[in-house]
Design a protein around this ligand. Structure first.
Ligand code: 1CP
Length: 354
C-alpha cells in the first residue's frame, strides 16, 4: 500500500494508516460510544446491552452518537468483544458489574464443544450494523468505519475466568497445567476471529482493530508462545489489501517488538510508553496510534489542553492517529472530549495541498 496507489477519496484515518503526509492527524477514541454520553445512558434505560448490540437500528444510532456530538474522524461499530464467544456456544450475561460467563471453560471437553461459527449466520447483526453504518456515513466520506474483535488470549481470559479477573489464576492455571488444551482453545478462537473480521471487512469495515486488553499480563517468552502466533495467524489471513489492521495490547511495555512481529499496519500504544519511544522501538514500518492517558480527561481544560497539544506535536502528521491509550472511562466529562477532538482538528501542522 503506497501513497501513489491510494484512492484520493480514502478517509483521513486510512491515509494515516498508510503513512501518507496529512495536514493534521486523524482522531478517534477507543470506546467512544458509551456510558459517559447522556444520549447513550438514555438508550440503555430502555434496553439491555446485549439487546442493543443485536438491534442494528439502535446500534447504528449509538455508533453515530459521538460522531454527531464531536465529529471524530472514525466511527467504531457498537458491539463487544464477547459477541463471538457467545456465537461459539457460550452463554454470556452483561450485568451491572460487567460481563460474565455463568459456565466458564474448565476442561478439554468444554473446549471441544465450542463451535467455529459462521459469522453471517451467527453474528449477522454485526454485519448489518456495518452495512447500515456505511450508508449512514455516505455523506461523510472522510469519516472511516472501524470494525473490531478481541484477540484470542483476551477472549480466552474471559471464557476461562468467567468474567473480569485480578490475578487470572484459572487462565494461568490452564496455561501451566494444560497448555495443549489452552492452545486448542486459542486456535479455535483465532479461526473464529479471522472469519469474523473478514466478514466485517466484506460488509464494509474500512479498518479493523484487534484488542488484546490482557496481553500485558504475560512475560515476553509466554507472549511468544500463547499470543504472537495467533496474532500472526489472524493478521496473515485477513483480507487486508485495502483494509489496515490496528493492533492494540494494553500494558505493552517490553512487548512492542513482539507486536511488530505480528505484522499489523498500525500499532496502538498504551499510555505507559511514549509515542517517540514506541517509534524508536518499532521503526517506521508501522503507523502508531494513541496514547493519551484516559484519566487525563478528568483534568481541567487548562491542564488538558497543553497535554493534547504536546501529543499532537509528538505524533506528527505522518503515520500517526490521535487516540487514548486505553478506553474512555464512564465518568469522563463530555466537554473535555469535545475540547480534545477540537484541538486535534484545529491543529493543521502543514498547509493542505492546493
Ligand atoms: O452497561 C453498559 O452499557 C455496557 C458497557 C459496555 C460498552 C459500552 C460494555 C460492557 N461494552 C461496551 C462496548 C464496547 N466494548 C465497544 C464498542 C464501543 C466503542 O468503542 O465505542 C468496544 C470496542 C468494546 C471492547 C471491549 N469489551 C474490550 C476491549 C477494549 C478495552 O477497553 O480494553 C473489553 C475488555 C470488553 C469487555 C467488556 N465489555 C463490557 C465491559 C464493562 C467490559 C470490561 C469488563 C472487565 O472489567 O474486564
Amino acid at each position: 500500500m503506497t501513497s501513489q496507489n491510494a484512492a484520493p477519496s480514502a478517509p483521513r484515518l486510512i491515509k494515516a494508516c498508510r503513512q501518507e503526509i496529512l495536514d493534521r492527524p486523524p482522531v478517534w477514541l477507543m470506546r467512544q460510544a458509551g456510558r459517559y454520553m447522556p444520549e447513550y445512558r438514555a438508550i440503555r434505560q430502555k434496553m439491555g446491552f446485549l439487546e442493543l448490540c443485536k438491534t442494528p437500528d439502535v446500534a447504528v444510532e449509538v455508533t453515530m452518537q459521538p460522531i454527531n456530538a464531536f465529529e471524530m474522524d472514525a466511527a467504531i461499530i457498537f458491539s463487544d468483544i464477547l459477541i463471538p464467544p457467545e456465537a461459539m456456544g457460550m452463554e454470556v450475561v452483561f450485568g451491572d458489574g460487567g460481563p460474565h460467563f455463568p459456565n466458564p471453560l474448565q476442561t478439554a471437553a468444554d473446549v471441544d464443544r465450542l463451535i467455529i461459527p459462521d459469522p453471517l449466520e451467527k453474528t449477522g447483526f454485526v454485519m448489518e450494523i456495518i452495512r447500515r453504518m456505511r450508508q449512514e456515513l455516505a455523506s461523510r466520506p472522510d469519516t472511516a468505519l472501524v470494525g473490531f474483535a478481541g484477540s484470542p488470549w483476551t477472549l480466552a481470559s474471559y471464557m476461562i475466568e468467567g468474567g473480569g479477573s485480578k490475578h487470572f489464576a484459572k487462565l494461568k492455571g490452564m496455561m501451566y497445567d494444560a497448555p495443549d488444551v489452552l492452545h486448542r482453545l486459542l486456535g479455535k478462537l483465532a479461526e473464529t476471529i479471522t472469519l469474523y473480521l473478514n466478514a466485517q471487512i466484506e460488509a464494509g469495515a474500512q479498518a479493523v482493530q484487534l484488542f488484546d486488553t490482557w496481553g500485558g499480563i504475560l512475560s515476553e517468552a509466554e507472549y511468544r508462545r500463547f499470543i504472537l502466533p495467533y496474532h500472526q495467524q489472524i493478521i496473515r489471513n485477513l483480507k487486508r489489501d485495502e483494509t489496515p489492521v490496528i493492533l492494540y495490547v494494553n500494558n505493552s511495555r517490553g512487548l512492542l517488538p513482539l507486536m511488530a512481529e505480528a505484522g499489523p499496519d498500525v500499532i496502538s500504544v498504551d499510555p505507559l510508553t511514549s509515542i517517540s519511544d514506541a517509534r524508536q522501538i518499532v521503526g517506521h514500518r508501522f503507523a502508531l496510534q494513541g496514547n493519551l492517558d484516559s484519566t487525563a480527561l478528568f483534568s481541567s481544560p487548562q491542564v488538558l489542553k497543553p497535554m493534547v497539544q504536546a501529543l499532537i506535536a509528538e505524533g506528527g502528521n505522518q503515520g500517526y492517529i490521535f487516540n487514548l491509550g486505553h478506553g474512555i472511562l464512564p465518568p469522563t466529562p463530555v466537554e473535555n472530549v469535545r475540547l480534545l477532538v477540537d484541538l486535534v482538528k484545529e491543529s493543521a501542522l502543514t498547509p493542505a495541498h492546493p
